[in-house]
Design a protein around this ligand. Structure first.
Ligand code: ATP
Ligand code: MG
Length: 419
């Protein structure tokens, strides 16, 4: 027996209505905002993520699927979208396009995590990036994409968790304050957090370790350390959010923690999915593109976990519309009817009418039973008599009424009845 690898799952047909509904809404909302779709490779050079996501993050320290290919290249299955999209922006010279360049992607993400509900080793994200503009209205736009999408999916009572992690001007003082605060409790921190304290102290605020969590209440807040520019950016963004009635709470524990992640950080939390409450997380990274070898270019984006969105839709009892399925079945009776039946289903499908063909030599009764289970509205029975008359016997599966219909008029007959 083989099983799907730990932390991965098959997306079975029964779950497809959710996936189709959610991803169609993603494309539709992206279009409302003028976002353009970009697909980058599922694997990239490992070094891109080490640089772009940064050491001291959970992703780089312990979650990457990195391997050597047969040519000896170090590659990593993408653990997030941003670094690859930035690489593409630089590689294709997108800085010469009108800015901001507004991009979105949908696809799988790989992280070696401890699997639990809402946390997998392969999950999918809807990812949005807006590049080349510093205006806080872009921050609002990016947050509005998430807001509009979740609202359209039926969420109520949405609210943002928001923070600013400053910039290379003001962050050093905040960093120092964190080092002093946590440094005083050094003996309580475990190895992972001591490493964070040494290389990326902001990440301590995001630590999942109990000892660090217990110290958080007394930790300094980044909002008390912002320079004038960062404070003004945050104040303007908050005034926009207020004007648009988008509730938000300042959460000083939201951080990215690296020099190239600047100013705005945000998450959207959904009710009902337990510990893994964040459906969406994002923020600004005004120094990232430069860091990856491109021209200085500000940017902001978010990633939304599609599995977590679907989990919470289910928990809230939100039903997606059913997927379209054939409503016509063609049932040949006897060998002589076989080829005419093949020709008839071909004709129906060419006319855009989805149709099933009954296989094998099962009795009419068994064929009708199968049609019922498949939700068929009309079964077209091709028996000897009908064949001789150039007709089919059309059976209404609900009323059980049967009517002989000339083969040449069957497409029109069905069209009038199927809407
Ligand atoms: P967490 O703190 O829960 O680990 P994160 O900060 O690692 O989240 P991001 O990197 O911001 O998450 O990813 C964006 C979104 O992707 C998250 O808000 C979440 O909805 C989803 N996500 C992240 N990791 C997983 C995972 N292992 N399984 C399922 N969804 C995930
Ligand atoms: Mg994580």
């Amino acid at each position: 027996m083989f099983y799907a690898p730990r932390g991965t799952q098959d997306i079975l047909p029964a779950d497809r209505p959710y996936w189709r509904y959610v991803t169609e809404q993603m494309h539709a909302v992206a279009a409302l905002f003028g976002l353009q779709q970009i697909d980058t490779p599922i694997f990239e050079e490992a070094a891109l993520f080490v640089r772009g996501v940064g050491e001291g993050t959970d992703i780089v320290d312990k979650e990457m699927y990195t391997f050597q290919d047969k040519g000896g290249n170090e590659l990593t299955l993408r653990p997030e979208f941003t670094a690859g999209v930035m690489r593409a922006y630089i590689e294709h010279g997108m800085h010469v396009l009108p800015q901001p360049v507004k991009l979105y992607s949908i696809g799988p993400i790989f992280r070696y995590e401890r699997p639990q509900a809402g946390r997998y080793r392969q999950h999918h994200q809807f990812n949005v990036e807006m590049l080349g503009e510093l205006d806080p209205a872009v921050d609002l736009e990016v947050m509005s994409v998430a807001w509009t999408l979740l609202t359209r999916l039926g969420y109520r009572g949405l609210s943002f968790q928001l923070n600013s992690t400053g910039c290379p001007v003001c962050r050093p003082a905040y960093r120092q304050a964190l080092i002093e605060y946590f440094g005083a409790y050094r003996n309580r921190l475990n190895e992972v957090d001591l490493r964070r304290l040494a290389i990326n102290p902001l990440r301590l605020l995001d630590s999942k370790e109990e000892a660090a969590q217990a110290l958080l209440d007394g930790a300094p807040h980044s909002s008390d350390y912002l320079c004038d520019e960062c404070a003004a950016h945050l104040a303007t963004l908050r005034s926009y959010l207020d004007a648009l009635e988008m509730p938000h709470t300042i959460n000083f524990r939201l951080v990215r923690g690296l020099d190239y992640y600047t100013k705005t950080v945000f998450e959207v939390w959904a009710e009902g999915i337990g510990a893994q409450a964040a459906v969406c997380g994002g923020g600004r990274y005004d120094k990232l593109i430069e860091m990856l070898g491109g021209p200085p270019t500000p940017g902001i984006g978010f990633g939304m976990g599609i599995e977590r969105v679907i989990l919470s839709l289910k928990q809230q009892g939100i039903q997606p519309p059913p997927l379209p399925a054939p409503r016509v079945q063609v049932s040949p009776l006897g060998e002589a009817a076989r080829v005419p039946a093949l020709q008839l289903v071909r004709r129906l499908r060419n006319a855009g009418i989805a149709a099933l063909l009954a296989f094998g030599n099962r009795s009419l009764k068994a064929q009708l039973k199968a049609a019922d289970r498949a939700g068929i509205a009309y079964t077209l029975i091709l028996g000897e008599q009908e064949l001789a008359a150039g007709a089919v016997l059309a059976r209404d599966m609900v009323s059980h009424a049967q009517e002989a219909v000339a083969l040449e008029g069957i497409v029109e007959w069905l069209r009038r009845r199927l809407t």
